[in-house]
Ligand binder design. Structure first.
Ligand SMILES: Cc1cc2nc3c(=O)[nH]c(=O)nc-3n(C[C@H](O)[C@H](O)[C@H](O)COP(=O)(O)OP(=O)(O)OC[C@H]3O[C@@H](n4cnc5c(N)ncnc54)[C@H](O)[C@@H]3O)c2cc1C
Length: 275
């Protein structure tokens, strides 16, 4: 099981992608444009938060999830925006990648699925989710009210996106304030959809708030952990209790619970184990 987010099924390396150019979007966000014959049969999933598993040319092998910031079939160009957070293999590779270097990409799939009747969007994101926020805004319909709460490590990391929607931004600099900001927003009238992608522990707190305090119905929200703070230490602690967490998940599945209710059971088990 993935403790951050259930991965799409097809994670095989389907497309070789060659770096064609790079661009600094903000001081800590680097856009890498890929091309090459291996992308000629790339297909978008149609979802603006679509993700590919990127396999980097590193030893030992290293693969991580990234958002397709833009795919332009007419130019055979695919862009990914990488946060330069300075620790992991992906971030370090992206900081110095040069034209001619290659990675491999899986097929794309996404989670952003607002119901057909949707009067507004509320998007909650951190730095790593800004590429998805950019696409959601760029692809949103005319005049749709969209509230964005975004956390970045410095004001210089804020971005402006082109959109036909009626977008409002609230930029904050502390991840710990995300839940309070979200809780303080009066939800607009009508039926909306809430999409959230942030650090995994923060995502769990936000999801619990939306499910249990705000009682948002499952089809009207999607909350994901995009990365995990102090991951190495967390994974060591997780390994010790993995059996008990898997058992809680199995029990919820056997009871016929829906996907979000199974996630509730897993989150509760993690809380019990102090994870
Ligand atoms: C569906 C999905 C889409 C995503 N899209 C993007 C995207 O478009 N752009 C993007 O930059 N990221 C994106 N991410 C997040 C990215 O996959 C993770 O940040 C990943 O851990 C980066 O890999 P790494 O090799 O740099 O670091 P890892 O080897 O995974 O981790 C090394 C260390 O770095 C820390 N770390 C990892 N990510 C961050 C971070 N963002 N900020 C601070 N510290 C961090 C970890 O806690 C760990 O201690 C996405 C994740 C998902 C699930």
């Amino acid at each position: 099981m993935s403790v951050v987010e259930t991965p799409p099924k097809d994670e095989a390396p389907r497309h070789q992608a060659t770096v064609t150019r790079t661009q600094q979007v903000t001081p800590k966000m680097r856009r890498i444009t890929f091309g090459g014959a291996g992308l000629s049969d790339f297909e978008t999933s149609g979802s603006p938060d679509e993700r590919v598993l990127v396999r980097f040319p590193l030893d030992p092998p290293h693969a991580r999830s990234f958002t397709v910031r833009r795919w332009q079939p007419s130019k055979n160009e695919l862009e990914i925006d990488f946060v330069l957070h300075g620790h992991g293999g992906a971030a370090l590779w992206a900081a110095t990648a040069q034209p001619g270097e290659t990675v491999h990409l899986s097929t794309a799939s996404g989670w952003f699925k607002p119901p057909a009747e949707c009067d507004w969007l509320l998007l909650v994101a951190d730095h790593a989710a800004l590429p998805a926020i950019g696409r959601i805004l760029e692809e949103a319909p005319d005049g749709l009210p969209i509230h964005v709460i975004a956390q970045v490590p410095a004001p210089s990391e804020q971005q402006t996106f082109t959109t036909r929607a009626d977008a409002h931004y609230r930029w904050i600099d502390e991840a710990d304030s995300l839940l309070a900001e979200l809780a303080a927003i009066p939800l607009p009238p009508g039926e909306g959809y809430i999409w959230c992608a942030v650090e995994a522990a923060t995502a769990r707190r936000i999801r619990a708030h939306l499910r249990r305090t705000s009682e948002i119905p499952a089809p009207r929200m999607h909350v994901m952990g995009y990365w995990r703070e102090d991951k190495e230490n967390w994974e060591r602690r997780y390994a010790v209790v993995a059996d008990r967490i898997d058992a809680a998940m199995g029990e919820a599945m056997m009871a016929g619970k829906d996907f979000e209710a199974v996630r509730d059971a897993v989150d509760d088990a993690m809380e019990r184990e102090g994870l």
